[in-house]
Design a protein. Sequence first.
Length: 584
Amino acid sequence: MARRSARFAEKLAKSSPLKIVDTPVKKKTTIKEYFKAPDPFVSIEKLDIESPRKKFRVKQELKHKAEPSLDDPNESDDSEDSDYEDGISSTRKRRSKENKNRNRQTNTALSEYEKQIQQNIEERKKMFQELVGAAKNDFMNIISEENKEKKTAAQRGLKRKVNESMVVAPLRMSLRSKKPPKEEFVSMIDEDEKKVLNTPKAPKGGPFTLADAYLDQESIDDSKFIEEMIPLLEKEGELEKLPADQQEFLKLMKSFSIREEGVAKVTKSRIYSIAWHPSNSKLLVAACDRDGNIGFWDVDKHEDKHQGVRAFRVHNHPINCVTFDKFNPMRLLTTSYDGYVRCLDMPTNVFDEVYSIQRTKNTWTAYHAQKNPSTLIVSQSNGDVAVVDVRTRPGKPENVIHCFEMSARTISLHPQDDNLFMTCNRYGEMGIFDMRYTSNNEDELADPVISFPKAPKGIHGAFFSPITGQYALITCTDDTLKLYDVQKGKAEAECIKSISHNNFTGRWLTPFKAVWHPQRDDVFIVGSMEHPRRVELYGAPTGTLLHNFSGDFLGSVLSINAFHPTVPIFAGGNASGRVHIFRS
């Protein structure tokens, strides 16, 4: 730099003092000159990471170095320029090497950091699989089951009718609002609306035929289909013996399945009760619903236009109990909340009134049980149980036992002593009573032969085991099924097993009633609220869950279930009036 300054001073001394040196004005350098926009068609291999300030200083020094002398524009000092360029190039090489080393160290550190992250991810995945892998698989299996193609509701049996001619009734308006002419009479209900409001009801009292009660009035001849079945119902087929051992019986139960032809709509609305005809040569099931309809299903009749289903309107309120006569299977008994107990004589197709009471807000008939061919016992909502002789005039019971203050529900006769019956109510009270009990005071409660501890909530069903009567099966609304031993000679029954079971069916489902197999004291079935939908088989007196009945064609809750008394088969009814058949 000293040599350069001396040469520059010598040149200034030789120059004329009067000569004006026209020094070009230096243009202000902007940062744009050093950061030119790249050509969009030129790929940039590597960006220089030097700061703009450093670039500006280096480029300015190069520019001053390249300027020619004032005397000779073409003159330049090659040796000095080369030395300067060598210094710049060595500086750039050194900086480039430092940058490479720094980048290499950064990449190495980055790769190690990424490896550590990947290792942590793998360890956490492994831990997650160990902790919740099994639960995840179970959950995914349930989801896959739910997402399977859902089976449509069975179209067998009754069909839903749509009245296309029915129109929406016009908006009702008062005469003052409408302001009609005074001479004109305005009817508030037109003829079409009258047809809708006048829903056909069951005949009240007295005998009536099935033709009068048949729902499909356009084809009354179909009401004779029971007459066609009578020869087969009276025919005695070969009795199939069921296994005596519980394990052998369980193997038979595990072979049960439900098929598409085993589902049919038998009633118009929610099913409240189901009963099997005891014949083993013809499978006939009767189901009763909330509206007072009773539907018959000839299970194996597939070629019929309704697949063997016929429905009749015989009551005006829910039919809570239906049974075939134990002493004459060609008779069918029904008890409804409308205050009537009726009997169908199948050979004559006539429904006759057996017992009736004046239905009020707090009084109606609820359930029945049969003692002998001429005696029924009927529970009532006022807490009474009436002993009825079917040969006498309806409405006149032979005896009335005042069991509770209110709400006697189910009735079950002891299989070894038919004078004893068990009943329960909605307030958790139950007891075993003697129907021979008499009292001069109507308001006096009868003393139970065997009492039970009061349940926390209401009881929907209480039934004796069908062979010995040793056990009492109780369905409670406190989400339990209870087994009591009633033959220990004690005044109060002892609870030997309490089973936790979800009995909260809500207002849209019929309450559960756990029922025994009619030929066994060691098994019973009950509906379930669990998913996938199922019917549960329990063992007694242990209360262990033996088997779940389910299938692809079961997609609803079967609240009411009943085993066939002589054939290995059972039926379950749901809230839409469909009956599901499980068989081997």
